[in-house]
Write a protein that binds this ligand. Sequence first.
Ligand SMILES: C[S@@+](CC[C@H](N)C(=O)[O-])C[C@H]1O[C@@H](n2cnc3c(N)ncnc32)[C@H](O)[C@@H]1O
Length: 213
Amino acid sequence: MSEKEKVALRYDRWTRFYDLVDNFPLVSRPQRGWKEAAVDALELQGHERVLDIGTGSGQILPWIAVRLRDGEVIGTDISKGMIRRASQRINREGLGDRARALYDDIEGSAFPDDHFDRIIATFTFTTIPDPVRAAEECARILKPGGCMVVLDTGKPRGRLSQPLFVPMMLTAKLFGRTHMDRDIVRLLSEDFSIHDCGSNFLGMVYLLKCTTG
Ligand SMILES: C[S@@+](CC[C@H](N)C(=O)[O-])C[C@H]1O[C@@H](n2cnc3c(N)ncnc32)[C@H](O)[C@@H]1O
């Protein structure tokens, strides 16, 4: 089984529990705040075509959809279970005219060049098996002048947080096939100019705004 099939299977299996963990009080409040800041960073005017890569259960799709007057948000994933869950969320919230969830592998996206005004990825780049290829694809499908917002986890700079980082990184690898030890900033720098919008949680969660050209 390829690494990608393993990731898809892992998130298929997690589908039922994902929102439960996300809604667990200790996790949900900070996570929600970080994700809301990421959606704010998109600076939507209301007409944009937005892509949420690795949307998971689609938590942020309604937050984006309500900011769009005549735009559209598409959440994509390689886990069919997650896509089903995200679609249910869209239907429940009555946002089917502005939001969709569908299968798309960002390592070889089916979307044409220069297609999206905005891309957002929350906790996705550390999970994608080939993040370099994914970054190239994001640069390809993003319109010139568009921007990509990335919220993710990474190695903290401060030595004080290192003892906390190691067990968290190992747990994330084991349960989420998530690689917190990836240098996402460095790999995104190949295709994007990066503006660091700050970090949280002892420097282990960071927000980036990426532009092309
Ligand atoms: C840690 S979850 C994050 C979900 C959601 N963005 C959130 O913030 O809750 C990462 C998601 O990325 C998806 N994913 C991994 N590799 C992918 C790829 N190549 N293309 C699209 N989605 C992918 C996984 O299936 C999973 O649903």
